[in-house]
Write a protein that binds this ligand. Sequence first.
Ligand code: G6P
Length: 526
Amino acid sequence: MINWKNLNELSSYQELGKVKPLDLAEAMTGQKGADRVGKYTVDMAEGLTYNYAAKAVDDDILGALAKLAEEAQLAEKFEELYNGAVVNTGEKRLVLHQLTRGQLGNAVEADGTDKRSFYIEQQKRIADFANKVHAGEIANAKGEKFTTVVQIGIGGSDLGPRAMYLALENWAKKTGTFKMNAAFISNVDPDDASAVLGSIDVAHSLFILVSKSGTTLETLTNQAFVMDALKKEGLDPAKHMIAVTSETSPIAHSADFLDAFYMDDYIGGRYSSTSAVGGAVLSLAFGPEVFAAFLDGAAAEDKLSTEKDLLKNPAMLDALIGVYERNILGFPSTAILPYSQALSRFPAHLQQLDMESNGKSVNRFGEPIGYVTGPIIFGEPGTNGQHSFYQLLHQGTDIVPLQFVGFRKSQIQNDVDIQGSTSQQKLCANVAAQIVAFACGKENADLNKNFKGGRPSSIIIGDDLNPKTLGALLAHFENKVMFQGFVWNINSFDQEGVQLGKTLAKAVLAHETEGALTEYSKLLNI
Ligand SMILES: O=P(O)(O)OC[C@H]1O[C@H](O)[C@H](O)[C@@H](O)[C@@H]1O
């Protein structure tokens, strides 16, 4: 029997507030700190590890978090979700993104079909299509091979797939699996589409129109923009464009497209990288086998997330430590800091994943809640961030919990020894240094140079970033966000907060405004 209770109704939450907080600076100094690094670590899938030694937790706090996880029935709620319960209460929908990469529980039937079979069928259709494009069997009007793939989409139909493409582009080039260049058009700013169209060979480009709803104004505008450009080149848009959408959307089964691949309403945009939304572009760019390996990594991490023991479940643990930092310690934000250039857009993806999912003020029944929910998420790859905003992270008045990601090896494996160390060693040295600097600080009589420390961080470490580790990394964060939503008793799978702005923008374009909106319209010359 599942109890969907608000966080402040749970006795384990009240108990958690009474546990003595850890003095992180003290705990991370000397031999004690060294021991923590070996102790507070848990295996993720695909050889990754989640190390939380530099988080402000000890055995007592972790024990209290385990009780909270149990009382909040996190494992049971995940089980409900993957067995097909209507967990998206706002939209009255099932939540099935895990099913795109594996079968964790019972077969799930919806709309009269077995959903796992439906997702597999779409993957097979995409694989077949991609193989034909690579072989030149599907080609442009002159029978020439497509060399570039361009995704047109926004939000979840852009950020995840773009971050995943960038994460694997150099790996694919290095391993000989690279098939096609990919580019992305998302913003309705005409400079976005123009710049992309100006940088590619349009006659040899295949466009993927990606919109789950098929109604997103920006995406449909960019589709028309691209169709116009194709026509101006004397090309038939219907021979250069495929669609990824839900079967019920207005753009499904349209003659405007060479082919169409489907996802459905049970996969939220920000959770759609492992569906056809990511599958089409990644299979075309790197080949279906690479996409399949990415799915395997995600499936393996999902499996780990079913573990009931908190200390063996990295996503649940990461989620609970985040709740402790947000609700007990009162920290308002979290920074995502990958020490990997390939993950340059990963923080942007996590901004949507986390903030659109957990930026909520009512519970899953639509009732107000009396505690804070999702933190503000931001980030940049290291070491670039160090030379930008780390000043505030080290000495600012707010404490910002940090999520580092690092790999022992670079992707391209082209490196030079300069002054006794390689660039990769310098990169890794910096992340190690930052973790300890943030946690331990450094006293100085000159307060301007004093570091208080006590700034918590965790790190996910792997040997290298490849399709499997990337899949595991993505699923870790998806599951972390889901578990946090369960703790806060909110619905992490709808996004009503984006509607008002869309409605008002439509009113502006229709010149049906009043008051301040009319004045802003005039200021912007609309
Ligand atoms: O894929 P689409 O239906 O075009 O949606 C694209 C995006 O727009 C919406 O406004 C939502 O905020 C996002 O969750 C979604 O990913």
